[in-house]
Design a protein around this ligand. Structure first.
Ligand code: BMA
Length: 844
């Protein structure tokens, strides 16, 4: 199980004065990884230096030195706020040889600095950085020397800077974070604390080299059909001197080689290599085929010199976002390789408050969980970070498309030239870095700024007299700078100015994407999810909170904190009225939980219940609606939130629910207009034939009614396959004591769902006698479960031990045997898992 505790994952490098240079052979380019050096840090003005990690940040360095406690534990965060209020400095030393100084290239590269950083090399100020999201490259010929070089990075506190910047605008600012290019969520969000730390958050290195080199590569697909793919490798090449050079490209998977002679002039220039791949293999998203990737090996050389090499992965696919006008407005769907695809997924936020702590294993983990829940799209939300390359690599490999926001959220932004230039360069850096990933579906300008301006009274809140200027500032960034950068550097990619186009509080089913928050923020009942006016063309946000499970709660709270009114539980709930809103919905749908443990469980079951209704409604509305991304996949720290995975990576009830609702073939029964209707939604490429069986059962498993029919299931759509008037179905039987079980069998493929006729609180649940047979199963265990009366939302756990379950939070009917497997490491004192079985009937 994952540990997201700061200080947990990285080894400190020894603090010897010896400087070890890691030399990474890349042909003409040599890299000295500054992360391998011994670094020290201190608060500016303080006497003592402490060991530090690069990449890293102040807070985690303080923690690793034992100077502060666990920031996630209890309410510790409150005591750590001082860290963001002072200045910090980092230093290291590295050695260069006289010959190194003769290199044509001698550059200091920071892939990420958080955020207001002054960089000194041998006491010369070589860089003033002011953007977390940019990569910084500085030529250091003028101040590097043979022998030991001293490198120092001073980080200034961001608050005073923000205050000064705020004074420079006449309007009333909405948010502090708008005045600095640092992740908005660091300043607190409704699922995250405030931690204003600083540091060298991504790798830093020295780059040395001679001869021309490749600055960037773009794989452009000019044409793609079954016979061939016509490609151009567009390379930005830099040379210190005019030279005759050769660019060689090889794509081994396609058996393609090309050589191009180049006449380089001094400076940066573009070089293109046209290529053709015969019988191309397409990149497909999850569920539709293999996400096939090619690799292009590039080598740029001049006679007598070592070649500069690059490896560029890419995929071959076409992707459009189709907006065709129709009677309601216009469509909004992804067409991949000519095929409309329904997008199933979630919104992601950064995985940690301290992004430098996220390990490659963490990144793989999060994408694997999305894959396990049959997702084919994730939205990287605009208040966080442009994710690490590895995040997109995993999306490429697993066939998960990415809706990529630029990092602007929930605020109007300033309009001064320096800010705009900074933003343009940030976009250039990140578009250039990410554009070859086939997973990248689209660029989106921002999160909830257009809607905030249009619907949320911002012009009045900020000063109506500045309305025109503020709107022009908006247009400058989102209608001009960002689309211009995309058009120039990534022209095949769709640009969408803001998510969403439609908010809530009025019918949202015309065009564009929708953030539907009538449920939760608007506090209307879950049934609103089913109303056609609330189902738009593409549901890019909707959600509901649930707590982490007890095992997870106990990782950051002490026993005396396990009470909703405790300071600790309040600290780990960041929404202003989070618990009252949960309470309100519990009262609508569930019986009041008997204690704290029951509350944490019911809050999860409630979350899965509500969001499950929405997911199925969105899929049933296909092809009118062509996407559903719930808010939110993950957490950045342990908290009660909208996530389906808690901060430790544990699946909440919602994640299991998402996996069922997102399966390729979904059976979805629902009561509409007094009719019990059965829909089957298929994301498959081909039609299916099968048998649909409907059974009305009482909670002892006795069948009161049954119907079986042969069905044809068309591919890539939602079909209503059966309906019956509810009163004909029930024939006077009690709604509180019956359930409709619908099963589909189509060859190997099976799908099943249950339809209840009343809210969970009104179900006549008995006290089940559950039989559980547990046995060792390879590395883990297997448990077979049976019951004598319906068990609702059966939750398995092993108190104190983190386990991975093949299924959980499911309903079990008499006559069924459910087999669940699970894995985890048991403490020595526990020879076999101390299995705890809990269900809705235990919660009140
Ligand atoms: C959405 C997001 C976030 C927020 C969430 C829950 O609209 O864009 O700003 O965390 O609502 O309130």
């Amino acid at each position: 199980m994952k540990s997201r505790r700061p200080g947990g994952s990285r080894l400190l490098l020894g603090m010897s004065c010896l400087v070890v240079l890691l030399e990474n052979g890349l042909g003409a380019t040599r890299v000295i990884d500054l992360g391998r050096q011994a670094w020290k840090f201190r608060e500016v003005g303080n006497f003592e230096w402490y060991p530090a990690a690069v990449p890293g940040c102040v807070l985690t360095d303080l923690r690793k030195n034992g100077l502060v406690g666990d920031p996630y534990l209890r309410s510790h965060e409150n005591a750590l706020q001082w860290i963001g209020g002072v200045d910090w400095e980092y230093r290291t030393a590295f050695a260069l040889q006289a010959v190194d100084l003769q290199s044509e290239r001698l550059e200091l590269v920071f892939q990420g600095l958080d955020t207001l950083a002054d960089v000194f090399l041998n006491n010369y100020l070589v860089l003033k950085a002011d953007n977390f999201y940019r990569e910084w490259v500085v030529d250091v010929h003028s101040c590097a020397k043979a022998g030991e070089n001293q490198l120092r990075v001073v980080f200034r506190a961001t608050r005073p800077y923000i205050e000064k910047r705020k004074q420079q605008v006449p309007w009333k600012p909405l948010n502090d974070f708008a005045f600095i290019r640092k992740p908005p969520y660091h300043y607190g969000w409704d699922w995250g604390p405030v931690f204003l730390t600083a540091g060298i958050w991504r790798p830093a290195y020295l780059r040395l080299g001679n001869g021309p080199y490749i600055q960037s590569v773009q794989v452009v697909t000019d044409g793609l059909d079954d016979e061939s793919a016509r490609l151009r490798l567009v390379c930005q090449v830099k040379a210190a001197l005019p030279a005759k050079a050769t660019m060689e490209v090889e794509i081994k998977e396609a058996g393609v080689k090309a050589v191009r002679e180049l006449s380089l002039h001094e400076g940066s220039q573009m070089a293109e290599v046209p290529l053709e791949v015969k019988n191309p293999r397409r990149w497909w998203c999850a569920g539709l085929g293999e996400p096939y990737m090619y690799t292009a090996d590039l080598a740029l050389s001049v006679t007598g010199g070592l070649p500069d090499r690059r490896e560029q992965r890419f995929g071959l696919r076409t992707l459009k976002v189709v907006q065709t006008p129709d009677e309601k407005g216009s469509s909004f769907y992804v067409e991949l390789n000519g095929r409309p695809v329904f997008m199933k997924g979630a919104n992601t936020i950064p995985q940690s408050m301290f992004p430098s702590e996220v390990t490659p294993a963490d990144t793989e983990f999060i994408i694997r969980q999305a894959q396990a829940a049959h997702m084919n799209m994730l939205r990287v939300w605009g208040g966080g970070i442009y994710e690490d390359d590895l995040f997109y690599d995993w999306c490429d490999r697993t066939g998960i498309l990415v809706w990529q926001d630029f990092m602007f959220a929930c605020s109007m932004y300033p309009d001064d030239p320096a800010f705009l230039a900074n933003v343009r360069q940030e976009a250039v850096d990140n578009v250039t870095r990410l554009r070859n990933h086939p997973c990248l579906a689209l660029w989106c300008g921002n999160n909830e700024i257009y809607i905030g301006w249009k619907d949320w009274n911002w012009p009045h809140l900020m000063g109506i007299e500045y309305r025109d200027r503020l709107w022009q500032a908006y247009q400058k960034v989102f209608d001009q700078i960002l689309p211009e950068v995309v058009a120039e550097l990534d022209p095949a990619r769709f640009f969408w100015p803001s998510s969403p186009k439609q908010g809530w509080g009025y019918p949202v089913n015309t065009d564009g994407d929708v953030h539907y928050w009538g449920v939760w923020h608007g506090q209307v009942p879950f049934e609103a999810f089913l109303q056609p006016e609330n189902i738009g063309r593409f549901m890019s946000e909707y959600g509901f909170q649930g707590m982490p499970e007890m095992n997870s709660l106990k990782r950051f709270a002490w026993p005396e904190d396990l009470d909703l009114s405790s300071e600790v539980m309040k600290t780990h709930q960041k929404h202003r009225i989070g618990y009252p809103v949960i309470d309100k919905y519990i009262k609508l749908y569930f019986r009041w939980p008997r204690d704290f443990e029951a509350y944490s469980y019911v809050s999860q079951v409630l979350q899965a219940y509500g969001i499950g209704l929405a997911m199925e409604a969105h899929r049933r509305a296909m092809p009118f609606c062509m996407g559903t991304l719930y808010w939110q996949l993950n957490d950045c720290y342990p908290v009660t939130s909208w996530s389906s995975l808690d901060a430790y990576g544990v699946w909440k009830a919602l994640h299991y629910r998402a996996r069922r609702a997102y399966s390729e073939v979904l059976v979805s029964p629902v009561v509409e207009d007094g009719q019990a209707r059965v829909y089957v939604v298929s994301d498959l490429r081909d039609p299916l034939t099968g048998r649909l069986t409907l059974e009305l059962l009482d909670f002892q498993g006795r069948r009161a009614w049954e119907k079986s029919l042969d069905v044809e299931i068309p591919p890539n759509r939602s079909s209503r396959l059966f309906e019956i008037c509810l009163s004909d179905l029930l024939q006077g039987r009690d709604k509180e004591g019956h359930v409709l079980r619908v099963r589909l069998a189509a060859g190997e493929r099976k799908a099943e769902n249950l339809l209840y006729f009343v809210y969970p609180k009104d179900l006549k649940l008995g006290t089940p006698a559950i039989r559980a047979n547990m046995a060792k199963d390879g590395q883990g265990w297997r448990v077979e479960l049976q019951t004598d009366t319906l068990v609702k939302d059966l939750f398995l756990s092993v108190p104190g031990v983190a386990m991975t379950w093949s299924d959980n939070y499911f309903d079990l009917l008499p006559g069924e045997t459910k087999t669940v497997t699970f894995r985890g490491s048991l403490p020595k004192a526990m020879p076999a898992p101390n299995l705890k079985i809990y269900s809705l009937a235990d919660s009140y």
